[in-house]
Design a protein around this ligand. Structure first.
Ligand SMILES: Nc1ncnc2c1ncn2[C@@H]1O[C@H](COP(=O)(O)OP(=O)(O)O)[C@@H](O)[C@H]1O
Ligand SMILES: [Mg+2]
Length: 242
């Protein structure tokens, strides 16, 4: 039986001000453990806003985000931060690695913040993660000594460091060349196949096609959901309106 890792119920995110704006306008979603969901949609449709809510980087105006069975809307800021740190890993379009830190030290940051492992255990895990992402020889390099694809893989290692159940990624390949894009997607796919839940915002239909489910967002609402890998190829093969 499948197990729901991440659930959103009636999610709304509104910005109140001189001009109020609804970024996310009533989204329901349940993502299984090990499922890979791709979110697509036009620019400004609320994809990033939704992802920040799902990863507890932001709090909804209405609705609930349930992470591994735990509702999060009533948690204090400290409790939310703890759930976020241990259960959610983030990958952004730009790597956001600390420039003065080596790859390894960047990967160690979330582990240090969680404080669950000894220094030796953290370093072992950090090196293991970097090696598993093909960065064995780059552990002691700083971000500016790495290529874009390598930096993004360090960012993925950092996201995985606390063994989060959920990985959210916001256009993680948006600034990468084709080869690195392919690598990053293969890695994210593998992360899901190993039993984690992956939610990725992407503009690339070929990449979205490799997800288990695609959710197309327009104006902060789910416009269309497509299930199954390969759905995009079917569509691409179909005659299109001109
Ligand atoms: N903090 C904010 N205040 C006001 N408007 C915002 C804020 N954050 C995002 N927006 C606007 O909300 C809309 C949705 O943004 P976003 O979630 O970033 O969309 P996407 O990731 O799909 O491009 C956009 O029109 C954006 O300009
Ligand atoms: Mg965005």
């Amino acid at each position: 039986m499948s197990e729901i890792a991440l659930e959103a119920v009636g999610l709304v995110r509104r910005i109140e001000g001189a001009i109020s704006h609804t970024l996310v306008n009533g989204i329901d979603l349940a993502v299984d453990k090990g499922e890979f969901v791709a979110i697509t949609g036009p620019s400004g449709s609320g994809k990033s806003s939704l992802l920040y809510l799902l990863g507890l980087l932001d709090a909804p105006s209405e609705g609930e985000v349930i992470i591994c069975g735990q509702p999060t809307s009533k948690l204090s800021e400290n409790e939310r931060a703890k759930v976020r740190l241990t259960r959610c890993g983030f990958v952004f379009q730009f790597h956001f690695l600390l420039p003065e830190f080596t790859s390894l030290d960047n990967v160690l940051l979330p582990m240090r913040a969680a404080g669950r492992l000894s220094e030796r255990e953290m370093r072992e895990r950090g090196l293991e993660l970097l090696a598993s992402l093909g960065l064995k020889d780059h552990a002691n390099k700083r971000p500016n000594q790495l290529s874009g694809g390598q930096r993004q893989r360090v960012a993925i290692a950092r996201a995985l460091s606390n063994r989060p159940e959920i990985i959210v990624a916001d256009e993680p390949t948006g600034a990468l060349d084709t080869t690195s894009t392919e690598q990053v997607f293969a890695i994210l796919r593998e992360i899901a196949d190993q039993g984690r839940t992956v939610v990725v915002v992407t503009h690339d239909p070929a990449l979205a096609a490799r997800a288990d489910r695609r959710m197309h967002i327009v104006d902060g609402k789910v416009h269309q959901t497509l299930a199954g890998r390969g759905q995009a190829e079917l569509e691409a093969a179909a005659p299109t309106e001109t």
